[in-house]
Design a protein. Structure first.
Length: 372
């Protein structure tokens, strides 16, 4: 390992942890600093869909970034599993997105000219794939390349891999500020003292902006609360993830299903409300009527790091020389983890990144593109 090059990663969620794993394997010494427990915020609250197709509504740079990361995913998880001995429970059964009415159908069919892996299926064709689906569906799109993982298992996989790799993990270590010297960010101030490295990478999710504002860069980021439920039907009902407007149902290997998710700008409130739980179950049971008899296993809420233009911040900023950004991935953090890890490693090594990062540049906020 190259002991002369080091990096501090602020934020131990899925993005920060993925970057640390890639950097260490590239020979960079890494310190991963997290204000709480590793991988316990938005990362652990996700459903685990790798929905580069089903969740993206328009072509462009973000869609291409999602596809790029999706194509890396299986090999990335296999390597982490081999290293850690812990399975992330990768499932390759695909995702179906259901249309209930003509408006839904028109919107989904409008994607077919640019989407890369999708097929329109009529209602009877869908029920051949998944017989438990409601008889009232109109049809929809089948995305065979949109897979899934179990987020909690992936967190265990990454944690075990990082420890095997020798990552310096600092949990329960809030970062108070960034340290500048000679006009460059060179370190961080924490409750345990000051830390310095050749590279500082910001992956603090919804908490990122508090660290950049003193540098003159106010990132318009905000937490988006997402409530989910886990339920267990009496018997397995579906193999594929089922998605429709306002609801998705993700079957897991242990026989449970994750149903999500609300989208609420509610500050940092992580309470689960009965009204949200009831609404999610009602939507799920409309898709799969047999879920009326499902057992409620658990409920939870996570805080996704939202941005006003719904694009992450990846790259560097003229306002903060020496600082690299990998934050604001909103509801796509799980999906974008391997791609972001690879791109950030390329930047740290001084290589040209595989993707054009200009659309995700933090300095776009200086022009008012993301104001609000």
């Amino acid at each position: 390992m190259n002991s002369k090059t080091s990096a501090i990663i602020v934020g131990g969620g899925i993005i920060g942890s993925a970057i640390a794993a890639d950097l260490i394997r590239a020979g960079i010494r890494c310190t991963l600093v997290e204000k709480g427990a590793l991988l316990q915020e938005a990362s652990a609250a996700a459903a685990g869909m790798l929905g580069a197709q089903v969740e993206i509504h328009r072509p462009g740079a973000f869609y291409e970034l999602c596809r790029y990361s999706q194509q890396l995913y299986r090999k990335w998880t296999e390597e982490l599993e081999e290293l850690s001995g812990v399975s992330p429970q990768y499932i390759d059964q695909g995702i179906v997105r259901i249309a209930w009415n003509e408006e839904d159908e028109n919107e989904l069919r409008s994607r077919l000219p640019w989407i890369q892996d999708a097929q329109w299926l009529e209602a009877d064709e869908f029920r051949e794939l998944e017989p438990a689906l409601s008889s009232h569906i109109r049809g929809g799109l089948h995305f065979p390349m949109d897979h899934q993982v179990q987020p909690v298992q992936l967190a265990h996989t990454l944690q075990a891999a990082l420890r095997k790799l020798g990552c310096d993990i600092r949990e329960w270590t809030p970062v108070f500020s960034l340290i500048e010297r000679g006009g460059r960010v060179v370190g961080i101030r924490t409750a345990e003292g000051e830390l310095y490295a050749d590279h500082v990478i910001l992956c603090a999710g919804a908490w990122s902006s508090a660290l950049t504002e003193p540098l003159g860069l106010k990132l318009p980021m905000f937490p988006v609360k997402g409530q989910c439920i886990s339920i267990r039907p009496p018997v397995p009902l579906i193999r594929k993830t089922v998605f429709t407007k306002g609801c998705y149902i993700v079957p897991k290997k242990d026989g449970t299903m994750i149903v999500g998710a609300t989208q609420e700008e509610a500050g940092f409130d992580k309470r689960c409300l009965v009204s949200a739980v009831g609404a999610l179950h009602a939507k799920a049971a409309a898709l799969l009527p047999a879920l009326e008899q499902a057992e409620l296993v658990s409920t939870w809420a996570g805080l996704r790091p939202g941005t006003r233009d719904e694009l992450p911040f990846i790259g560097s900023s003229s306002k903060a020389p020496g600082l690299l950004f990998a934050t604001g991935h909103y509801r796509n953090g799980i999906l974008l983890a391997p791609g972001t890890g690879k791109l950030m490693t390329q930047l740290v090594l001084g290589q040209s990144p595989d993707r054009d990062l200009a659309p995700f540049a933090p300095d776009r906020v200086l022009a008012g593109v993301d104001a609000g």
